[in-house]
Design a protein around this ligand. Structure first.
Ligand code: AMP
Length: 400
C-alpha cells in the first residue's frame, strides 16, 4: 500500500508507522512511541490507512474518528468479524450468510460432543487471532483431539468444505461495496497444498478466477448483506470456498490480506489514494477499480523453519537483481543489520510481478526469485499453478 500510494498524483508524502526497510524506499518511516493517533497528528496526516488487524481490534478507528481524523478501517465492534471466529460464525448464522455448518464451544467436554456431530475430515479453529495458524484440518478423531488440545478451549468446530478457495476483498464506506479483482492465496507451506497452514506463501490476481455471475452472487449473498447489517467501513476480506452449492464464507478479515495485497496493488491501474479518501468520507459512490490486462503473482520467500520456529538475522542478497529482472520486491520481515538488509521475520519478502497472462507473470516472478538468497530461505515453486490448471485448455480441471 505504501508503494502504491507513493505513486499517487494526489499524495504529497507517505509515512509508515513503524514501517520496514522496504517501505522506507517509498515513504518515511516513523517510530511509534505513544498511540497511532499521536503519530498521525505529529505528521499532520490527512488520511490514515490501517494495515494489520491488531490496532483495528484494539479500536484505533474509533479513536481517530473521535478526534475528527479521517481513517480507513472498521470500528472495534466490526473488527470482531476477524478478531473472533465465534463472533463471525454467529454473525453468518444470524444474517443467513452461507458458511460451513459449525458448532462453537468454550470447553473440552462440549468440544468432544461437537466432534461427534461431524464427519471427517473436520475443521478445528481457535477463536482468537492466530495469524492464519489457528486452524487444523483433522483427518480422524485422534488428530481432532490433538487439535482441540492445541487450540482450545474456545473453538469453532466445523464441516470440511470442498472446492476452490478464493480471496474476495472489497473496500466499503458503510454503504457501498467496491470489489477488488479476485485473488487466490496459497496457505499451506509446501507445494501441492501440503504441510501446515501459514499466513500465506504466495498469491495471484487474475480476473478469470471468478465469472461475472459468481462475483455478483458473492456480492449479493455475502458482501452486501454484511455491510448492510454492520455499516462496515474499510477493507472487508472474505475467504471463500467455491463449493458445488455456491460460494461459502470460511472467514472474514477486516483488512487487505497478505500476500493478496501485493498482486492486487501491482495489477491495479487506478490511483488508489482518491478512492481511499472517498471511502473514509463515506463517499465511495461511483468510484471503481481498474486493472491491467493479464495477471500478477507474488511469491513469498520465508525463513528456514517457518511456520514453525525460525531464526532471524540472515543476510539477504540479490534484491536489486530481482527488481532488474522485472519484479517488485515487497518487504515483510526484513530489517537493516550491520551487514545490510537481513531477515527479521518468518515471511521475509514478497517477490511480485505482472504479465500479459498468468503464465508469463509466474515466469517473471520466479525468474526474479532465482536472484535472491539468504540462509535457510524457502518458498513454494507452484504459486499460480492452480490457476493455470483451471484456465489452460486441455489441462486437468480446466473449466469454461
Ligand atoms: P481460516 O483462517 O478460517 O480461513 O482457515 C485457514 C484455512 O484453513 C483456509 O484458508 C482453508 O484452507 C482451511 N479451511 C478453513 N475452514 C475450512 C473448511 N470449513 N473446509 C475446508 N477448509 C477449511
Amino acid at each position: 500500500m505504501v508503494w502504491k500510494l507513493s505513486q499517487s498524483q494526489t499524495v504529497e508524502r507517505v509515512y509508515a508507522a513503524p514501517g520496514n526497510p522496504g517501505m522506507a524506499r517509498c515513504g518515511e518511516c516513523v517510530a511509534v512511541a505513544g498511540s497511532f493517533l499521536e503519530v498521525a497528528e505529529s505528521v499532520h496526516a490527512d488520511l490514515t490507512v490501517v494495515g494489520p488487524e491488531l490496532p483495528l481490534v484494539a479500536g484505533v478507528v474509533d479513536e481517530f474518528r473521535a478526534a475528527g481524523k479521517l481513517i480507513v478501517g472498521p470500528t472495534k465492534e466490526n473488527a470482531q468479524l476477524e478478531g473472533s471466529k465465534i463472533f463471525a460464525k454467529d454473525f453468518f448464522r444470524r444474517y443467513k450468510i452461507p458458511t460451513a455448518d459449525f458448532a462453537s464451544v468454550d470447553n473440552y467436554e462440549d468440544a468432544q460432543k461437537a466432534l461427534g456431530r461431524f464427519r471427517y475430515p473436520v475443521v478445528v479453529k481457535s477463536d482468537g487471532l492466530a495469524a492464519g495458524k489457528g486452524v487444523i484440518i483433522a483427518a480422524n478423531s485422534a488428530e481432532a483431539n490433538r487439535g482441540v488440545e492445541a487450540l482450545g478451549p474456545r473453538l469453532v468446530i466445523e464441516e470440511f468444505l470442498e472446492g476452490e478457495e478464493v480471496s474476495f476483498i472489497a473496500l466499503c464506506d458503510g454503504r457501498d461495496v467496491l470489489p477488488f479483482a479476485p485473488t487466490q492465496d496459497h496457505k499451506r507451506v509446501n507445494d501441492g497444498d501440503t504441510g501446515p497452514n501459514t499466513g500465506g506463501m504466495g498469491a495471484y490476481c487474475d480476473s478469470r478466477i471468478l465469472t461475472e455471475a459468481e462475483t455478483e452472487r458473492i456480492l449479493d449473498t455475502i458482501m452486501r448483506p454484511t455491510v448492510e447489517a454492520t455499516g462496515f467501513t474499510g477493507f472487508l476480506y472474505a475467504g471463500l470456498m467455491m463449493t458445488a452449492d455456491g460460494p461459502k464464507a470460511l472467514e472474514f478479515n477486516v483488512r487487505l490480506g497478505d500476500p493478496e495485497t501485493q498482486p492486487l496493488m501491482h495489477r491495479m491501474t487506478t490511483d488508489l489514494a482518491p478512492v481511499l479518501m472517498a471511502a473514509a468520507r463515506g463517499e465511495l459512490g461511483r468510484h471503481r477499480f481498474d486493472w491491467r490486462r493479464g495477471a500478477s503473482v507474488c511469491v513469498v520467500l520465508a525463513s528456514g523453519g517457518y511456520p514453525g520456529g525460525y531464526t532471524t538475522g540472515a543476510t539477504i542478497r540479490g534484491v536489486e537483481q530481482a527488481e532488474a529482472a522485472g519484479a517488485t520486491v515487497f518487504h515483510a520481515g526484513t530489517r537493516k543489520g550491520t551487514g545490510g538488509l537481513e531477515t527479521g521475520g518468518g515471511r521475509v519478502l514478497g517477490v511480485t510481478a505482472s504479465g500479459e497472462d498468468l503464465r508469463s507473470a509466474i515466469d517473471r516472478a520466479y525468474e526474479a526469485v532465482s536472484k535472491i538468497e539468504f540462509a535457510g530461505m524457502h518458498y513454494r515453486r507452484d504459486i499460480g499453478q492452480k490457476g493455470l490448471k483451471r484456465y489452460e485448455v486441455g489441462a486437468p480441471g480446466a473449466r469454461g
